[in-house]
Structure formats: structure tokens, C-alpha cells
Design a binder for this molecule. Structure first.
Ligand code: S3P
Length: 165
């Protein structure tokens, strides 16, 4: 059994994934970390040196490598489901859970953090546009959790209850 966390950057996939893994004694994997380790480069440097298309290819390769894992909570980079057959591949790997966070919460979480697609200054309109574009794909997850007004442990509780774990 694997849990695959999907959602926009800043929606809490890593924080919630770690808390969930700890609670259920599962292993936590973050695809961005795996990409960085395998390539010995930071995500931002992969984007700046080789471009987004190359990053998406590395991301797809890492997702394909997840096949066969068990008892893991896997946080997936926010854009991955938009490329190749990644969403279908992820659904074969585990139960996909979309962490649906409102834009304002996402913006708050991203303040002071750098993401290649956002840069140092958050452009709210650009973020809204990207979130709206990706939203229908995120909604195809097996489970949708509305994270607004819930703290980390409550979100973990809700995933646990809804999946009957
Ligand atoms: C991206 C999200 C990032 C990372 C890369 C691209 C995206 O991951 O994969 O910067 O396209 O939304 P997080 O969702 O973990 O921030």
C-alpha cells in the first residue's frame, strides 16, 4: 500500500506526507528530493541550466522508478501530473490524494521560499492562473482533501479516516 500526495506547490505535501508517514510508520519519499540526489543538482539549478522540459523528463523517470515500492508515502512535485502519463502511473503506484488548499494558504506557505516557476516574488494572478489550469487534473485523484481550516494532524486524521486505514 502506498499513499501518493498530489497538489500545487505550497499545498503542504511534504509536511503532511512526513506527518502521515510518521503516524503510520511508513517511509516518506519526496520526488523532488530523489531528483536532486540522483542528479546531484538542486531543482532550481536543473531548471536554470537545462530548462523545464529536461526537469520534466527527470521527474517522469523518477516516477517510473517508484513502481514496486510498498508502504510508502510519496509527495509528488506539483507539476508532475500535467506531464506524460504520470497521473496514470501514479494511480498504479498507490492511492492518489489531492491536497486541495486555497490560493491564499498556498501563497502564505510559499512566502520566502524559492520555486523556479514562481521566482522570488509571488505574482498572485500568475499563481491563480496556473492553479486553475492544473485543478481539473488534480481533481482526478482518488481522494480529495480540503485542507482549509485544518491543521496538519487533522489532515492526517482525515486521510486516515477516508481511506479506512
Ligand atoms: C513544481 C513544483 C515543485 C518542483 C518544481 C516544479 C511545479 O515541487 O517540482 O519546482 O511545476 O509546480 P513542489 O510542489 O514540491 O513545490
Amino acid at each position: 500500500m502506498n499513499i501518493v500526495l498530489l497538489g500545487f506547490m505550497g499545498s503542504g505535501k511534504t509536511t503532511i506526507g512526513k506527518a502521515f508517514a510518521q503516524r503510520k510508520k511508513l517511509k516518506f519519499i519526496d520526488t523532488d528530493d530523489v531528483i536532486e540526489k540522483q542528479n546531484n543538482l538542486l531543482i532550481k539549478d536543473i531548471f536554470s541550466s537545462y530548462g523545464e522540459a529536461h526537469f520534466r523528463l527527470l521527474e517522469k523517470q523518477v516516477i517510473d522508478q517508484l513502481v514496486g515500492l510498498d508502504n510508502c508515502v510519496i509527495a509528488i512535485g506539483g507539476g508532475a501530473v500535467m506531464y506524460y502519463d504520470n497521473l496514470d502511473a501514479l494511480k498504479r503506484i498507490g492511492t492518489t490524494v489531492f491536497l486541495d488548499a486555497p490560493l491564499q494558504k498556498i501563497i502564505m506557505n510559499l512566502k520566502g521560499k524559492f520555486r523556479p516557476l514562481v521566482g522570488h516574488t509571488i505574482d498572485e494572478d500568475k499563481m491563480r492562473e496556473l492553479l486553475e489550469y492544473r485543478y481539473p487534473t488534480y481533481r482526478k485523484a482518488d481522494l480529495v482533501i480540503h485542507t482549509d481550516n485544518l491543521d496538519i494532524q487533522q489532515i492526517v486524521d482525515e486521510i486516515t479516516a477516508k481511506l479506512g486505514l
